[in-house]
Every structure is written in C-alpha cells, then in structure tokens.
Design a protein around this ligand. Structure first.
Ligand code: 4AD
Ligand code: MG
Length: 437
C-alpha cells in the first residue's frame, strides 16, 4: 500500500491519475446497486469517491457499502477530473482501510435533516465538521491572517496584553470578576487598550490581539461574553489617523477574503457583490448627522443618547459600504476619550458601522493625553484612581496625542460571511446562556 502517496483533497487536481490516498471521514454515502459513492471529507475539502463492486476485493466493497456516517477511513485510488463534481474531481477507489467505524447503536447525532439551533450548539464539538461551519471558520482564519498581515506590514509591533486586570476599561457594568489569591479580586479584560497605550509609547505603533470578556446580559445576535479583539494603538496620532487605518484594514481584509475564500463564500451563498462594493473612501458622518438620519427614518433617538442595535442597523442600511460615525456625546463614551477642543461635550471617538445592517465592527478614537484632565475623567466616572496610577504615569513621562481602535473579530466574520447570528463565527461560543461544550 506504500505505493499510494498521502495527499489532501484540496490538492486532488495536482495528482490526477497517480496512486494516492486520502485520510478522512465519511461525510455521506450514496449507493446504487453495484456502485457506491462515498463522500469523504479530510478537513481540506470534500470529494466524491466511486467504488465499483467488480473492481474491488469483496470485503473492501462490503465494508465501504455499510460504512456509517463520520467513520474514519483511508481511501486509496486515483483522482480524475469530473466537470460535474463539486470541486471538479472524483476519486476512483482501489482500496480502503476503515480506521474507526461509528457504531449503529450510537450513530452520529447530526444527520442531513434539519436540526434546531440549540441541539446543534449542544453538539458543537461535532457540528464543526459540517460544511457550513467549516466554511465560516476558514473565512475566520483568513480574516485573522489578513489582519495580522496588515498590521505587521504597516509598522505595528504585536505586544499582547494581560487577561487578568486590576481595573475596568469599558465601564464597570460588564466586568467579570475573578477570585485571585489571598482575597485579591481581578477582572477578565474587556480590552487591551490601556496597556496598548503603554506599548505604543514604547514602540510607536503596537497592536494586541486576544480574547476579551464582557458580562453582557443582553441576548442579541451581536454579543458574545468572550470574543477576540484586535486593537492597534498609535503614538503621535489623532482621530483622523484612526479612520484612515480602520478603512485601510477593512478594505484589505475584505479583499483577502474575496481573493482566497471564493469557495467558502459560495458554500455560504454569500452575495459577493455586496463585498466587492467595500472600497475606500467610506462615508464619514458625525453623530449629529447620524441622529438627523435616524429621526428621519423614524427612530426615537434624541441627541445625547447612545445608538441601540436597531439604530445602528437603520444607519448602516443607508450606505453600500461601512460608514464612520464620529464625535459622539462624551457622556455616552468611556472615560479615556479626548474631548473635541472646540466642543468638549463631544468625544473624539469613531464607530465604524458595517454595511447591510450589521452594525458596529470597530470602535476607537483619540485618548486624553493631559494628566489633570485624565484624572478628572477617572473621578467623574467613579473609577478608583489608585488602580490607574500606572496609566496616569503615561501622561507624566512624554505624553503625546495618541489614538487607536478595537475591531471585534466575530463581528467582522459575521458581516463578511453574511450570518444571522454571531454564535457561528467562533468554534465554541460563550454567551449569556451558553458556556458548553
Ligand atoms: O467599542 P468597544 O467597546 O471598544 C473598546 O473596547 C476599545 N477599548 C477598543 C480600543 O479602542 N482599543 O469594542 C470594540 C469592538 C466593537 O466595535 C465590536 O466589534 C467588538 O469590539 N465588541 C464585541 N463583539 C462581540 N461581542 C461583544 N459583546 C462585543 N463588545 C464589543
Ligand atoms: Mg463601541
């Protein structure tokens, strides 16, 4: 059997006619008398194989014919171009080895029939093998790779931030508290930003990329309690720099997915003309203008209020590409935002709302760089100044205007894949009512 070279299904086209083997799992099986058509997946793709009774040892034919869904199997044979096949190739079977046969008594629980969402997410450890989930996580991988490539090739240094933190970054209402040693309390990080501000002063431009946590009590299609965020931070930078970098990042990332993940987008039946429209420049509007648009569209919003999910959807439906909304009322934003010099009641912050009603994917802006003002803001927000001494220090030793943002990876994946709900964007989602498996 060593004559058969192990290949991946994705590379089938480079090995037509050669003796090869693929190692995978039985995805589906069709039979028609003396011919069987096992569909095999190996993680790189799926392929239909063809087994003809007259050309195979009887035991091999029978074993394949009675194989159960998701049994692990190695198939040996030859690849052949087949225009009608999904992926363009079929494999003619010459031999097979069953690695583990799934028993009939305890069959694979996910069948081609429709299952409820709760059931599928209870079976998430298996659900990930389905074609749709596979496509989504491949696109997630592509997005993460693109994000890293973008920052790495634009002068940013990756400096990751701690997960156990002594203080809140994004308000005290969504903090997860953890018992540390000897009665000390710490919190799971909501954002690496405060630490990024320290690393930006050391590296000029830095970013972190890691898990962040929010005790979000809301059950929405956009909120996870644990999500991954990429956060760049730049010294000697302002709100306009944030908008420029955010726009470049999104255009680059969407371009990469269109370039490399056409098959997966097709599996998801994504309308790619919507993605192709995502080009610079993105429309830029102020919070004031956004409120006007929303009122016109029948929203109850009044100046001073934060946008709800519905408002974000209404706004982003106005444009065929992401829209940048800046200068929110300082009162609805976190303590660290720099006030606009000419109009201190608004913050130099920006949210990027994705197109097609997906809402906020990026939030960021310019930080307070004056020591006294920052101390005042910390007090105004009833935050404990002791916990922020190191952060205040950054305003003592060579403080400069600086700015940055955070992009939620799952929000980006949800939007680019065109999903109904954020829970599909991560292998094992954590939400208000879901911490398992
Ligand atoms: O707007 P947020 O709260 O901003 C920050 O955390 C800043 N400190 C980031 C920075 O400037 N370095 O969160 C940033 C992004 C949001 O735009 C959204 O994409 C995502 O993080 N996000 C969530 N994603 C999934 N589930 C949640 N509960 C999220 N909360 C925020
Ligand atoms: Mg935000």
């Amino acid at each position: 059997m060593s004559d058969y070279r192990r290949i991946t299904i994705a590379s089938a086209g480079q090995h037509t006619g050669e003796p090869v083997e693929i190692a995978g799992w039985l995805y589906n099986l069709r039979k028609s008398g003396k011919i069987i058509f096992p569909i095999i997946r190996d993680g790189s793709g799926t392929i239909q194989c063809v087994g003809v009774k007259a050309q195979l040892p009887e035991d091999v034919f029978e074993a394949l014919k009675n194989l159960t869904q998701e049994s692990s199997v190695i198939i040996r044979g030859r690849m052949r171009a087949e225009a009608r096949a999904q992926g363009g190739y079929e494999m003619d079977i010459e031999g097979a080895e069953i690695v583990q046969r799934v028993s009939e008594e305890h069959p694979y629980p996910i069948t081609p029939k429709e299952h409820g969402v709760e059931f599928l997410f209870d079976q998430r450890h298996l659900h990930l093998r389905s074609r749709r989930q596979h496509a989504i996580l491949k696109i997630r991988h592509e997005i993460i790779k693109a994000v890293r490539d973008y920052f790495d090739s634009n002068g940013f240094t990756l400096v990751d931030c701690p997960i156990f933190t002594p203080a809140a970054c994004e308000g005290t209402t969504t903090l997860f508290e953890v018992d540390y040693f000897e009665d000390e309390k710490v919190y799971l990080t909501q954002s690496g930003q405060l630490y990024n501000e320290a690393t930006a002063a050391a590296f000029g431009k830095s970013y972190c990329f890691g898990p962040t946590f929010r005790a979000e009590k809301s059950k929405t299609r956009r909120h996870l309690t644990e999500f991954w965020m990429v956060e760049p931070e730049m010294a000697y930078a302002d709100l306009e720099d944030v908008k420029r970098v955010a726009e470049e990042l999104i255009v680059f990332m969407v371009g990469r997915v269109l370039e490399n993940r056409k098959t997966e987008l097709a599996t998801l039946e994504r309308d790619i003309t919507k993605l192709e429209a995502i080009k610079a420049p993105f429309p830029r509007i102020s919070y004031d203008e956004a409120v006007e648009i929303l009122k016109r569209k029948g929203s109850e919003i009044e100046w001073g209020g934060d946008f709800g999910g519905t408002d974000e959807t209404l706004l982003s439906e106005e444009f065929d590409r992401p829209v940048m909304v800046d200068r929110y009322p300082a009162a609805v934003k976190a303590f660290y935002f720099q006030p606009a010099p000419e109009r201190p009641e608004v913050a130099l912050g920006v949210d990027v709302l994705a197109s097609e009603g997906y809402g906020e994917v990026i939030g960021g802006g310019q930080r307070v760089h004056d020591y006294d003002l920052l101390l005042q803001r910390i007090k105004d927000h009833n935050l404990p100044p002791e916990a922020f001494q190191w952060y205040l220090d950054l305003r003592r030793f060579g403080s400069v205007p600086h700015a940055g943002f955070g992009m939620g990876i799952e929000r980006a994946v949800s939007w680019i894949c065109g999903l109904e709900h954020i829970r599909e964007t991560i292998a094992f989602p954590r939400m208000l009512y879901r911490t398992r498996p």
